[in-house]
Design a protein around this ligand. Structure first.
Ligand code: FMN
Length: 325
């Protein structure tokens, strides 16, 4: 069945796109803990997907059917590339396409990409148009911030709301603020007012510093937002979308079992998708270590166990240490 942003419950909860974090394996772990209503892939570069190295880049877009609805997030600079990549994403079976206009990293912004588009609405408009043409009847959305150096909600968000978007996620900070100040949720009032005036059909998602569903529900209700996106909160609590579990009170056994699950899914996923190569699995092992902190914390002896795990060089070593812990 075709995904439609309007059909989600109100308020709905979305798992944020997070580079190096929300790959298919971690998204599946999160789903086991408590499902978000919709999730996003890590941001993926359009030129990379059209280059010779597309197979490596494409690993960011691997997913399991159980994760749906799943939105592919892309970034880049050439409208023609957005058009071609959108056609690929349709073939790959995604439920929607999201354009990154919010990543604040200096190098991408200096090249005019991501949050750099806030200063270049003409190009942003062309990119949205090209994506829509390639996306056929898939919904097209944008994720952005409230300005580049200063808060420019009316100008920038007002402009985006004139682009006939199906959904718009707003991280309530400027590019300059990175993630260094609390999110300006008070801007949500203005955003919703603009949406009601300009584009009633555009679903609005608020994002920034939400650590629980209860907090998200309160914010959605206060500002009449359609949905709430949670990012880093899921690293602090993988059960964040499941109100009936208190991660804080989970035992060592429960937490290590979740890491075990993550390791198993990593093996399964990369063995199936990219058969074992001489360098291990279809994806290398070291970046997996950044997930250890999520599970191996909050119990006696966690720091020592984590230290041992950080010294491992492959999954088998990690599993052996876990089994002896
Ligand atoms: C490690 C990390 C990677 C991120 N990668 C992306 C990304 O690929 N695309 C994107 O739109 N935002 C990305 N973000 C921003 C988040 O999606 C989100 O907007 C931000 O973290 C604020 O929400 P939060 O306070 O709930 O974490 C990333 C954030 C973090 C911490």
């Amino acid at each position: 069945m075709k995904f439609n942003w309007q059909d989600l419950p109100k308020p709905f909860f979305a798992l944020a796109p997070m580079e190096g974090g929300t790959d298919t394996v971690f998204r599946q772990v999160v789903n086991l803990c408590g499902r978000p209503d919709v999730a996003f892939t890590e941001f993926t570069n359009c030129e990379g997907l059209l280059s010779k190295g597309r197979e490596e880049v494409g690993k960011r877009l691997i997913y399991s059917q159980k994760e749906k609805p799943l939105i592919a997030q892309i970034w880049g600079i050439r409208p023609q590339s957005f058009f071609e990549v959108s056609k690929l994403l349709v073939e790959m079976g995604f439920d929607g396409i999201d354009i990154n206009m919010g990543c604040p990293e200096r190098n991408v912004v200096a090249n005019g990409c991501c949050a750099g588009l806030i200063e270049n609405p003409d190009l942003a408009k062309e990119i949205i148009k090209a994506t829509r043409e390639g996306a056929a009847d898939l919904p097209v959305s944008v994720k952005t911030r409230i300005g580049l150096k200063d808060i420019q909600t009316e100008k920038w968000i007002g402009f985006l709301l004139n682009q006939n978007l199906d959904a718009l996620t707003i991280h309530f900070r400027t590019q300059k603020e990175m993630s260094l100040v609390p999110a300006h949720w008070e801007e949500a009032e203005n955003v919703v007012k603009l949406r009601d005036e300009i584009s009633k059909k555009t679903v609005l998602i608020g994002n920034g510093d939400v650590e629980s569903k209860a907090q998200g529900e309160e914010l959605a209700q206060k500002y009449a937002l359609d949905g709430i996106m949670i990012g880093r909160g899921v690293f602090h609590n993988p059960y964040v979308f499941n109100e009936s579990v208190s991660y804080g009170s989970q035992t060592k056994e429960e937490r290590t079992a979740l890491l075990q699950r993550h390791l198993d899914l990593f093996e399964q996923t990369w063995k199936e998708v990219h058969p074992i190569s001489e360098r291990g699995y279809g994806k290398s092992y070291p970046p997996l270590k950044r997930f250890f902190k999520i599970y191996i914390s909050g119990f006696e002896g966690a720091a020592e166990l984590r230290e041992k795990l950080m010294l491992t060089e492959n999954i088998e070593e990690a599993k052996t240490i876990l089994s002896k812990s």
